[in-house]
Ligand binder design. Structure first.
Ligand code: SF4
Length: 372
């Protein structure tokens, strides 16, 4: 049993939903050309648009107060016409090595992000949708259903705001928050461009430090392969056979494992990256030694890595975390087959970091859960 949760959190009341239309877009939601037009309207030269983006992406300012090369009068106008950020911080949950953030979008939707700190890196875990349509039965977000796709700038803002509010220069990004990124392909790719491009166009995070995690949306994997951006790809497999997999990820029935493996192979070749398979370990469901053997048979034909994730309990899911012995037995079988395998220690479990947990708690759908 872990020590009691060493986290602090600030609850919020549930916001009313409002329409997204007819609102001024934030800086990251405007193109370079649209920003230039805005500055010209205020009789300012075009290079001011580039400077402003440099302040946002390069220097990571938290508000217009930090944009010191613009007059106070102009800053006041821009705050209304092109707000620096659109997401409002609704609450935070702070642990020793991770901080979880809950954001309120312009329409009142709630979005989660997590910043995870280790000695050698700080990773921002971003959401790509409000809710998720994949319906994974062990996942808080999957249990809540799908509401809408996030816009590219709503995804990028999670990173920018966590970076500026924490003062911690995030080095890595993972799309492992709420949502299936490849189900929202165009907006996710728009966000990747903004995060990957060097300042002033983007935040300058290297492609190899950005990871997309997918349940295996085959057309999305193939499309991403053609981008040739060297983004890291993680595929949530969770079972070596179709029957178990479809029970765990109902949406997976559209893409058989063989098709996913073929698409992954293509991705590996075109992006020149070794793909990681994620496997959430659920006691008595997919942690049997025979299933580890089937996984070996499936994966040993091509280079890959495996990330075993002992289940992080979600209320009402009905699943349990396997014992340490069971986790290690499963790993040993993959080790003996020389498949590089790690067991992921859940850094965020003291801050409700299983996707969707903080949001569900704020929405009062889930009582406190004890983590064993
Ligand atoms: S685990 Fe990921 S893909 Fe599955 S329901 Fe949750 S957010 Fe969606």
């Amino acid at each position: 049993m872990d020590a009691p949760a060493a986290s602090t959190s600030t609850p919020v009341s549930v916001p009313a939903k409002t329409a997204l239309a007819a609102r001024p877009l934030p800086i990251t939601g405007l193109t370079e050309e649209q920003l230039v037009v805005l500055f010209k309207k205020h009789k300012e030269p075009a290079f001011r648009a580039t400077q402003l983006r440099q302040f946002v992406f390069g220097r990571g300012v938290e508000s217009y107060e930090g944009v010191t090369n613009l007059s106070k009068a102009l800053r006041e106008k821009l705050k209304v016409e092109a707000p620096m950020y659109e997401l409002e911080m609704a609450s935070t949950s702070v642990g020793d090595d991770a901080t979880k953030w809950l954001w309120k979008a312009a329409d009142g939707a709630l979005i989660e992000s997590v910043q995870i700190r280790t000695p050698d890196r700080t990773t921002s875990c971003l959401s790509s949708q409000v809710g998720c349509a994949m319906g994974c039965v062990f996942c808080a977000t999957g249990l809540s259903g799908f509401e809408r796709h996030l816009k590219g700038h709503e995804i990028v803002e999670q990173f920018l705001q966590m970076r500026s509010k924490s003062g911690n220069p995030s080095t890595h990004i993972v799309y492992m928050g709420m949502g299936e990124p490849l189900h929202n392909y165009d907006e996710v790719l728009a966000s990747i461009r903004m995060l990957n491009d060097p300042p002033p166009k983007g935040a300058g995070i290297g492609a190899r430090k950005i990871t997309i995690s997918t349940v295996g949306i085959v057309p999305g994997i193939r499309k991403l392969a053609d981008e040739k951006r060297q983004i890291e790809l993680a595929v949530s497999l969770h079972a070596p056979d179709e029957t178990t997999r479809v029970k765990l990820i109902p949406a997976a029935r559209r893409y058989p494992i063989k098709e996913i493996m073929d698409a992954v192979q293509e991705y590996s070749e075109k992006a020149r990256r070794i793909v990681t398979y994620e496997y959430v370990l659920l006691a008595g469901v997919n942690d049997h030694p025979e299933q580890a053997g089937e996984l070996v048979a499936l994966l040993q034909t091509h280079p890959c890595k495996v990330n075993l994730i002992p289940f992080n309990p979600v209320a009402d899911s009905g699943f349990q975390r396997p014992s340490i012995d069971s986790q290690e037995r499963f790993k040993n079988i993959l080790d003996r087959a020389h498949i590089p395998t790690t067991i992921r220690f859940s850094k965020g479990k003291r801050v409700d970091a299983a996707c969707g947990q903080l949001r569900r708690r704020v929405l009062a759908l889930e009582p406190e859960v004890s983590v064993s």
